[in-house]
Design a protein around this ligand. Structure first.
Ligand code: ADP
Length: 461
């Protein structure tokens, strides 16, 4: 890479630590499959493998008006989805802020607020006097123990929400009560997990969809399982022979049996708000990749292998990059996209975002290489989950579609290409991987996907 012998030796070691070869990928995939089996067999396994209560498959012919409601971030979103059949649909939506007061006040107030937003939205759309109730799919992105397609219990709040009178209660019933109090003609028919929504939104126009993945802030996936294989199932027999399983695979290998954890991953885990949890997610998803990269960079700086400047300036130099989470995953995307010979764009990103002026071309080359190592490892590890699902389920000659949502997959250059490369290595028998395991961007799982879940729920009644 054109550095000093010390720098070159360091980089060789780093390359070695972050490289996951074909053989290793296969081992991880096999462990993934074994963990899937455990999760299907009993409660409390590392891969939770949660039955979604969404039974059967979509035909693409589903039609009608459905509502979707998305609560879980800063905004509350209400969407009217018109399914037109033939895999086509239209959406109209409205967004409103959820104030801090509502997030931490009584749950009744929050539900009244949501009901009011739905009511206002229906009036705007001229649907307030509907004779028949509209079915609504509720994406409630908090930990819920589900017992039916539209029944569940909130186990704990996350992400800054802390309403009183909600933990241990059913968010569907609480919302339904508020809608009834206001005479809003809406039935909350489904409680939706975002990965399940992603799968369904992809499946509506791609009937061969086998799985849905989220590769954004976090990482998770859902796939269609044969009902007979869910051996832990205690409920009554389902109406169809298949059910979607929410894998909660961010927690894969929390017991550290197989993942190629480096000291940089361990540092990130130790300093995170959830040490020892979500280990796979921490190597794969958008929230963490920048921080892993930063950990390598600061290690090099400490060893005086990178950004070494004279005594007086070196402190000021490293101030910004010494701050936790200061290196965003989006910077990695931009740096990786830099194809200039003098790394002008990389230098500019480091200058404007991290206050690192006058980075040399050799230094920029090192930094880009580190981004590439972390990004490539993430994509290859992410591919092991798909390989595990595909091998677990088995596919025929027509292959399958995999819907993926999230900024990491959508915007990180080469992320998808690297996933395909890893899939090819794991499945050399498939001659055209892109035609057999078709990855694609699945949009709006919490909108269209939630509406489709409400549609399936109405069908199941
Ligand atoms: P969410 O998963 O929260 O619904 P997103 O899919 O937008 O939202 O994912 C946000 C995550 O994606 C953040 O962790 C962020 O670091 C990362 N991210 C945002 N933009 C980019 C980008 N251009 N390249 C890579 N990662 C990105």
């Amino acid at each position: 890479l054109g550095g000093t012998p010390e720098q070159e030796a360091y980089m060789r070691d780093i390359i070695d630590q972050f490289t996951v070869d074909t053989n290793y990928l296969n081992q991880i995939r096999d462990h993934f499959m074994a963990e899937m089996d455990k999760g299907l067999e009993k409660e409390g396994a590392t891969l939770a493998m949660i039955p979604s209560f969404v039974e059967g498959r979509l035909t693409g012919k589903e039609e009608g008006h459905f509502l979707a409601l998305d609560l879980g971030g800063t905004n509350l979103r209400v969407v009217l989805v018109t399914l037109e059949g033939q895999g086509k649909y239209k959406t109209v939506s409205s967004k409103s802020r959820v104030s801090e007061e509502l997030k931490t006040g009584p749950m009744r107030n929050l539900c009244d607020y949501i009901a009011e937003c739905v009511d206002t939205f229906l009036t705007e759309q001229g649907l307030e006097d509907q004779e028949v109730e509209l079915n609504l799919g509720y994406t409630f992105s908090f930990p819920v123990l589900q017992s039916r397609i539209n029944r569940g219990v909130l186990t704990t709040w996350t992400k800054g929400f802390a309403c009183t009178g909600a933990v241990g209660k059913d968010p569907v019933l609480l919302l339904q009560d508020a809608l009834l109090r206001k005479h809003v003609p809406v039935k909350v028919s489904a409680l939706v997990n975002d990965t399940v929504g992603t799968l369904l939104s992809n499946a509506y126009n791609k009937p061969s969809t086998l799985a849905g993945l989220i590769l954004g802030t976090g990482a998770n996936g859902a796939y269609i399982e044969k009902f007979d294989k869910i051996t832990k199932w205690k409920g009554s027999k389902a109406s169809a022979d298949e059910m979607i399983i929410n894998m909660e695979f961010g927690a894969f290998d929390n017991e550290r049996k197989i993942l190629p954890l480096t000291r940089f991953d361990n540092k990130l885990d130790r300093e995170s708000i959830n040490p020892h949890a979500q280990l796979y997610e921490k190597m794969v998803s958008g929230m963490y990749l920048g921080e892993i990269t930063r950990n390598v960079l600061t290690d090099m700086i400490d060893r005086e292998l990178l950004l070494k400047r004279d005594e007086n300036t070196s402190l000021a130099w490293s101030k910004e990059i010494s701050r936790h989470w200061s290196f965003e995953t989006a910077f990695m995307s931009n740096i990786e996209a830099d194809n200039s010979t003098d790394y002008a764009h990389t230098k500019e990103i480091l200058d404007t975002n991290l206050n690192l002026h006058d980075v040399t071309t050799t230094e920029a080359r090192f930094i880009k290489k580190i981004c590439e190592l972390v990004g490539k490892r993430a994509a290859r590890l992410a591919a092991t989950s798909i390989a595990a699902i595909v091998k677990h389920c088995g596919i025929d000659a027509d292959g399958c579609d995999i819907g993926i949502d999230g900024s990491l997959y959508e915007f990180y250059p080469s992320f998808e290409a690297r996933m395909y490369e890893a899939l090819t290595e794991m499945m050399p028998e498939l001659t055209n991987i892109r035609k057999t395991i078709r990855l694609g961007l699945a949009r709006d799982g919490s909108g269209v996907g939630a509406a489709l879940t409400a549609c399936v729920a109405a069908r199941m009644e």
